[in-house]
Design a protein around this ligand. Structure first.
Ligand code: CAO
Length: 424
């Protein structure tokens, strides 16, 4: 028994944000039916391909545990099939450009007419307001949600981050909204609309920077190294490099081998309760009592000096060696791990956070599994579907269509020709 067993999702998502959400729902046990345009499918199937005739890793890594039906929802018969699916599903998830669903003839009002218990979950770039009609991709969301203006170095350009906080982050937000709406429906019996804007999702993840924006009105941000450097603050939160900027100052420091290895670094946190242990490790026992270094407040104006001294120690150790020494003294730290190191990490394989999956067209590939572990609902990662692999199965099983109806649909062009596995 899986947590969401019995819940049927009409997955009208594409690219990354929406598929992230529906993949999580599938991992929790929902039956996720991905609707794709005949012959084309989700655009990511063909993007960033590493193998000529296989769905891209972009697609496969975001669409595990789903079934695929091809349906032309601009064809009249295709629309009728979509309407029938809406009647049979609990949740419809979509991340089309603003207005696309309405143009297709499936407004929220129409969906409610078809199925009053339906939960319609949507991702858009922006919420209501001047930009509501805009199409949005990951980095646009990072820029408009506050992440880019606060990422990077003070004297450099704004930076986007590799973590897909705009797409995958918003997908996660939407997933929580859907589960909450499903829970409310058990009491109300009614569906509802769940909306998350990518700008809002990113801003939610940048909450601490909005905190600092308000703190600025009451004085400089002493936890930013700019303060100790005597550089005045402007009227907005600056980029703070690798400063933690929080209550426990931290920074990325060089480790042995940094000259040739781009990831020979460690994040080091000068957590106040373990300051004495830090002084012992780096060979500065006097700093335990010296009033210039003994308290967090005293250290704030001289963060550069403190971290330079700590780096003089970390750069004599390899990153894992440094971590071992620091962890033994309860000093919070973390090595900078490369994607290669993460892919090869034995403990991540054991927990299923990194999984190896077999695919009929591409063979074995690695994926990130479900990071959310439910003790009563373990996740089995199943390869992504081929385009239209389950079209007939869904028409027969979910909609109870007979052979003749399926054949007529095929002739009308409403559904694509099913793509068979190579072995069939
Ligand atoms: N059958 C027939 N038509 C279909 C179809 C199907 N099965 N599935 C989709 N379509 C149509 C849509 O109806 C739409 O048609 P119209 O433009 O005529 O109304 C068309 O395909 C294209 O949809 P789109 O505008 O959503 O796609 P796009 O590639 O132009 O834009 C994106 C992509 C991501 C910028 C846009 O969808 C968007 O802004 N989405 C919301 C924000 C979001 O999720 N961004 C994350 C992107 S990365 O994860």
């Amino acid at each position: 028994m899986k947590a969401l067993e019995g819940v049927r999702i009409l997955d009208f998502t594409h690219v990354q944000s929406g598929p992230t959400c529906t993949q999580l729902l599938a991992w929790f046990g929902a039956d996720v039916i991905k609707v794709e345009r005949p012959g084309i499918g989700d655009i990511t199937r063909g993007q960033l391909r590493d193998l000529a005739d296989a769905d891209s890793l972009y697609f496969t890594m975001l669409n595990h545990n789903k079934r695929s039906i091809t349906l032309d929802t601009k064809n009249e018969r295709g629309k009728a099939v979509l309407a029938a699916l809406i009647e049979q599903c609990d949740v419809m998830v979509e991340n089309f450009a603003p207005g696309a669903l309405d143009r297709m003839g499936f407004s929220w009002e129409r969906i409610q007419e078809l199925n009053p218990a339906m939960i319609l979950a949507s991702i858009k770039g922006f919420g209501p307001g001047p930009y509501a009609d805009c199409k949005v991709y990951e980095n646009v969301a990072q820029c408009t949600g506050g992440a880019a203006s606060t990422t990077g170095f003070r004297d450099g350009v704004p930076l986007v981050t590799g973590a897909q906080i705009g797409d995958s982050g918003t997908g996660l937000h939407l997933c929580l909204g859907i589960v909450a709406a499903l829970f409310q429906r058990t009491k109300s019996g009614r569906g509802q609309k769940v909306s998350v804007a990518m700008q809002d999702g990113v801003l939610n993840l940048c909450r601490v920077k909005m905190r600092d924006q308000q703190r600025l009105a009451h004085g400089p941000l002493k936890e930013y190294s700019q303060y100790g450097e005597g550089i005045p603050f402007g009227d907005t939160v600056p980029r703070a490099g690798n400063d933690s900027g929080g209550g426990q100052p931290g920074r990325i420091l060089k480790c042995k081998g940094w000259e040739t290895d781009p990831n020979a670094y460690i994040y080091f946190i000068t957590q106040a309760p373990v300051w004495e242990a830090i002084c012992d490790v780096i060979g500065e026992p006097d700093w335990k009592t010296n009033p210039d270094y003994a308290t967090p407040e005293a250290r704030l104006p001289r963060l550069n000096e403190v971290f330079e001294r700590i780096e003089a120690w970390t750069s004599t150790r390899e990153k894992f060696e440094a971590m071992e020494i620091l962890n033994a003294r309860d000093i919070p730290c973390g090595p900078i791990l490369s994607m290669k190191e993460l892919a090869e990490d034995a403990s991540l394989r054991e927990t299923g956070t990194v999984v190896e999956v077999e695919h009929p067209a591409r063979g074995k590939y690695l994926s990130v599994g479900n990071p959310i572990k439910l003790s009563e609902s373990p996740t089995d990662v199943v390869r992504s579907p081929l385009l239209g692999e389950h079209t007939e199965e869904i028409l027969r099983e979910v909609l109870q269509f007979d052979d003749q109806t399926v054949e007529e649909l095929q002739k009308s062009g409403a559904i694509g020709a099913p793509r068979r596995l190579a072995a069939e």
